[in-house]
Design a protein around this ligand. Structure first.
Ligand code: SF4
Length: 334
């Protein structure tokens, strides 16, 4: 039966990079779905495939060396991978917008911020310059920039990091039809207080406009504040997926457990003197074998882990985990 609430559905996505040293399987057989008005967080360490997933959705993978080798990415039922570059250009910055960790790299330093927001209104809404400027001021006001009538004439370097991120959010919302916001580590470069403000702003706008958000982060505190659904990625693979409450209350994969145990504010570990860490590092994606990619860091690993990738196993509330020994791990906790 068709789910009318579904906005985005990705199936069997594989995005590979063909380098001189070999093939890097940055995203390997990823499925995900996102309902309208919901926030999906994708978490994992650097190099796990989170950012490549969002760049694949936008079809901004640099080719060569990158290539989407298989899969479908359906937005409201339309496979984006079937669209021409021209058709895709109409979707970027319109139905799907993206904000990055450092907004300075996305804003053009030689244009006033008002001109950059106005461009969205001129191109997508066909407004004239004066009307577009007025709309830009309204947008800056909406994202909480003080004195927007003056700041609209500022250049990016005249704004703080938090203000620049607000401008990026304003630009993404200026589109006629914002359905999906892809936010790639949007608050990592910001102070904690500004980070909280930006997250709150994203949540408020999501409620008001009804758009969906894919938030990419390695910060589990951010996940706990923002997510409805969470996907944990490791070495290009999805290894666990659950709603945010189940994931935090009952993390099943040893890697997810490790991520949660390394949060300083995690109340389970508040009385400990030392913070837990996950030993080792993410493996080189050039040398991933057939087995579980977490095997070299996992305390539960056995021979089969090196040889076979674990099958899908579902628990209550569609909680997915991919680990050969998940039952044993759950038993050990009882
Ligand atoms: Fe650890 Fe094996 Fe489970 Fe991978 S499959 S997480 S190596 S126990």
């Amino acid at each position: 039966m068709k789910n009318n609430k579904l906005l985005l559905e990705i199936k069997n996505l594989r995005t590979y990079f063909y380098t001189q040293k070999g093939v890097v399987k940055a995203v390997d057989d990823l499925d995900l779905s996102l309902e309208k008005g919901k926030t999906l967080c994708i978490v994992g360490e650097s190099g796990c495939g989170k950012s490549v997933t969002s760049l694949s959705i936008m079809q901004l993978i640099q080719s060569p060396p990158g290539k989407i080798v298989s899969g479908t990415i359906k937005l409201n039922g339309e496979n984006l991978l079937d669209l021409s570059e021209n058709e895709m250009r109409k979707i970027r910055g319109n139905k799907i917008s993206m904000i990055f960790q450092e907004p300075m790299t996305s804003l053009n330093p030689v244009f006033r911020i008002g001109d950059q927001i106005s461009e969205v209104y001129i191109v997508h809404h066909k407004l004239n310059k004066a009307e577009a400027l007025q709309k830009s001021i309204e947008m800056l006001k909406l994202v909480g920039i003080p004195s927007p009538e003056k700041r609209v004439f500022d250049y990016p370097h005249q704004l703080s990091g938090g203000m620049r991120q607000r401008v990026m959010i304003a630009m993404s919302l200026a589109s006629p039809n914002p359905l999906l916001l892809l936010a790639d580590e949007p608050t990592t470069a910001l102070d904690v207080t500004i980070q909280a403000q930006i997250l709150q702003l994203m949540n408020e706008l999501k409620e008001r406009i009804g758009m969906s958000i894919i938030l990419i982060t390695h910060d589990m505190n951010v996940v706990s504040q923002m997510a409805d659904q969470v996907i944990v990625m490791y070495a290009g693979k999805k290894i666990e997926e659950a709603n945010v409450i189940d994931l935090f209350e009952n993390p099943l994969h040893p890697y997810t457990n490790g991520l949660l145990n390394s949060i300083p504010s995690n109340k389970k570990y508040r009385n400990r003197k030392r913070l837990e860490t996950i030993r080792g590092t993410v493996p080189n994606l050039l040398h991933i074998g057939k087995g579980c990619p977490f095997a070299n860091r996992c305390d539960y690993a056995e021979d089969i882990c090196e040889k076979e990738f674990p099958p899908d196993k579902y628990f209550e509330n569609n909680h997915l985990v991919r680990c050969h020994f998940v039952d044993k791990i759950i038993k050990g906790r009882e």
